[in-house]
Design a protein around this ligand. Structure first.
Ligand code: PMP
Length: 379
């Protein structure tokens, strides 16, 4: 299925290249500053449940490492991020030549498209999925072909059916954003074996640290060795709580890394970001505390939503996705609760709620309960 062009919000399409003129608009979440001004709410009282950030905040060790690195900010960073790549290689049991570091995994997604998908070649994935794949492909002038989800899950057979000789890249978000569902090892192996060997498959594991499902693949260890065209994408934005510093990385066969290095802009990853990521990687205790919080609060959130008669997708990520709530975003915003509307993803009655601190999650459930009661009472 190819996506229909979205024309909303365009000012003057003749200003820009045709690829840009047809980009979807309005996928950005409401900003807390805007909400605070619009409704006169104290910014401190706004619960940020729209961007899947870590409610614990950063590791103190990462903060200290960043503060130390700031003293050297008159120097350019290491363009090859050698220290961080070594640490990541050690952590994942690969060599530093297998690791590529970018300014957030979003930068790596852009680079993957620009490096590997040429004119006339296609990029394939599911829909809805992380919007950056579609944007990167469209801006580069590559067609993004998508298979619809099946009950909130990526339909790997449907995706494989879209792959042909023109296909250069396939993006699989596992768990998928915005639904939170995952695909298991066996399914993934069958999928990989079905594709032509020259197709590059990107497994985007931004939320891997929050997965509890036992069939979730340890892809770097189990899949990479047998699949030289596999790219496993990770980020420091979620479990490592560095979203504002922009660090992501990918693990893949060294020849692919070398090509990405040719294309990347110099110095995209700052020295402060590299230093903080190194420290965050070492602070396993902090990561573990965040994961335990997500496990506990996610279960709580899912069961509360079900108690309200809603049917959330089973989530393995630090957010939950639930439909049947048309018009709820305005109601939640008035109560100082920011969640992500999924209208731009073609799911107008659904929202994505980041798992927050216990108090924020409670406020959210209470607000939803009030919304549903008012709706049923015809108020
Ligand atoms: N992949 C997925 C599936 C995501 O949901 C996100 C963040 N929303 C990212 C990648 C990007 O993360 P970052 O650029 O902060 O590393």
């Amino acid at each position: 299925m190819s996506l229909p062009p979205y024309r909303g919000g365009l000012v003057d399409p003749s200003l820009v290249s045709p690829q840009v003129a047809f980009l979807p608009a309005g996928a950005q979440a409401t900003r807390p500053e805007e909400l605070s001004q619009r409704l006169g709410i104290d910014p401190e009282q706004i619960a940020l449940l729209a961007a899947n950030e870590n409610p614990l905040g950063p590791s103190e060790r990462a903060v200290e490492a960043a503060a130390t690195a700031v003293r050297e900010m008159h120097r350019y960073p290491d363009p090859e991020q050698r220290k961080l790549r070594e640490a990541l290689a050690h952590y994942h049991g690969v060599t530093p030549e297998h690791v590529f570091v970018g300014a957030g995994s979003t930068e790596i997604i852009e680079l993957l498209v620009r490096t590997f998908a040429g004119p006339g070649q296609t990029v394939v994935g599911g829909w809805p999925t992380f919007a950056a794949y579609r944007i990167a492909a469209q801006v580069a002038g590559r067609e993004f072909l998508t298979a619809p989800l099946s009950r909130g899950r990526l339909d790997l057979a449907g995706i494989a059916a879209l792959v042909d000789l023109r296909t250069k890249l396939v993006f699989i978000a596992n768990p998928n954003n915005p639904t939170g569902t995952h695909v298991g090892l066996r399914e993934l192996v069958a999928f990989l074996n079905r594709l032509p060997p020259e197709t590059i498959v990107v497994l985007d594991e931004a939320y891997a640290d929050f997965v509890e499902a036992r069939d979730y693949p340890a892809s770097i260890r189990e899949l990479l060795p047998g699949h030289p065209r596999l790219v496993v994408l990770r980020t420091f934005s979620k479990a490592h709580a560095l979203a504002g510093l922009r660090v992501g990385y990918a693990v893949m066969a060294p020849p692919l890394v070398r090509y990405l290095e040719l294309v990347r802009p110099a110095y995209a990853v700052s020295a402060v970001a590299e230093a903080a990521a190194l420290a965050a990687l070492e602070d396993l205790e902090h990561v573990e505390r965040g994961r335990r919080l997500v496990f506990r609060e996610r279960a709580q959130l899912l069961s509360s939503l079900r108690r309200l008669g809603l049917r959330p997708f089973p989530s393995q990520a630090n957010f939950v996705c639930v439909g049947g709530l048309e018009g709820v975003c305005e109601h939640l915003e008035r109560k100082g609760l920011l969640v992500r509307s999924l209208t731009g993803y073609g799911m107008p009655d659904a929202i994505r709620i980041s798992v927050g601190a216990p108090e924020a999650n409670l406020r959210l459930i209470e607000a939803l309960e009030a919304f549903l009661e008012a709706r049923e009472g015809g108020v």
